[in-house]
Ligand binder design. Structure first.
Ligand code: IPD
Ligand code: CA
Ligand code: CA
Length: 264
């Protein structure tokens, strides 16, 4: 295993232990509002500090982009961290959240870890070496669009995109067997990589929501793009991830409904 992936796993597991413990005492947590329907708790910050501590000790020269503490300058290696993806779930004791850590080198995704600490499920990928769930190789599904199980996220922080989003939802829902909104984009991307979901789309994500999940899906044989089919999803925040067939179907199905600019 690549030593940098190993370090990321150590960091994710450390944060996972912290989150599992904090979940039991979440009634006492201090919670702040970052923006519209956007909450952060002291646990998000503690988990992030624990991750950064592990990464920084191993690679003090690497840059870090972390959701709660922002950008820390460094070399061409850059860790992209979401210490708790699914904060709203976590704060309600709804058992679906994850830790997401990716490493980019000169902007190219190299390593990915997504950890579901409640199920002890560890998703990992190294560029060019495939994707794994608890050391078992995973692949995207081979299912067809008709009858597929899709994942999505609602634009709850950007209400102006709601109408446009609902049009994409209606169009896709007609073809899919059903749609899930589970509340952790990173984990849902990991589910696409492992074939538990056939595809995923969301508007307005941030880099730390997508970085590890994007590499996982690609290494599991899937496709990842923005809503125009190009790989600018980090810039636009809009993402489609699926097996190649369903990716094309999602892209074609939502295109006529993208009537406005879907910026952050
Ligand atoms: C959020 C979750 C959610 C998605 C939001 C994200 P957070 O991340 O991934 O599923 O719909 O767009 O911001 O705030 O829980 O880290
Ligand atoms: Ca997130
Ligand atoms: Ca988060």
């Amino acid at each position: 295993m690549h030593p940098m992936l190993n370090t990321a796993i150590k960091a994710a597991r450390r944060a996972g232990t912290l989150l599992n413990r904090a979940l039991e005492q979440r009634g006492n947590l201090k919670i702040e509002t970052k923006g519209h329907h956007d909450f952060v708790s002291e646990v998000d910050r503690q988990a992030e500090a624990a991750i950064i501590d592990v990464l920084h000790k191993a690679y003090p020269e690497h840059a870090i982009l972390a959701e709660e503490s922002g950008f820390h300058q460094g070399s061409d290696y850059e860790w992209v961290i979401d210490p708790l993806d699914g904060t709203a779930n976590f704060l309600h004791g709804h058992p679906y959240f994850s830790i997401s850590i990716a490493l980019r080198y000169q902007q190219r995704l190299e390593q990915a870890v997504i950890y579901d600490p409640l199920r002890d499920e560890l998703y990992t990928a190294t560029r060019g070496s495939g994707a794994f769930l608890n050391d078992r190789r995973i692949r995207v599904s081979t299912n067809f669009f008709e009858g597929s199980l899709l994942g999505t996220g609602f634009p709850f922080r950007i209400p102006r995109h709601l109408d446009c989003y609902l049009e994409t939802f209606k169009a896709l829902f007609t073809h899919a067997a059903d749609v899930r909104r589970s509340g952790s984009a990173a984990l849902e991307l990991a589910y696409v990589a492992s074939g538990r979901l056939d595809g995923f789309w969301e508007i307005g994500l941030r880099e730390w929501d997508m970085a590890a999940g994007a590499l996982l899906v690609l290494e599991a044989g899937g496709l990842v793009s923005d809503f125009s089919g190009s790989n600018e999803f980090f810039k636009t925040g809009n993402i489609i991830a699926a097996n190649a067939k369903i990716h094309k179907n999602i892209l074609q199905t939502i295109q006529p409904h993208l009537t406005e600019s879907l910026s952050h």
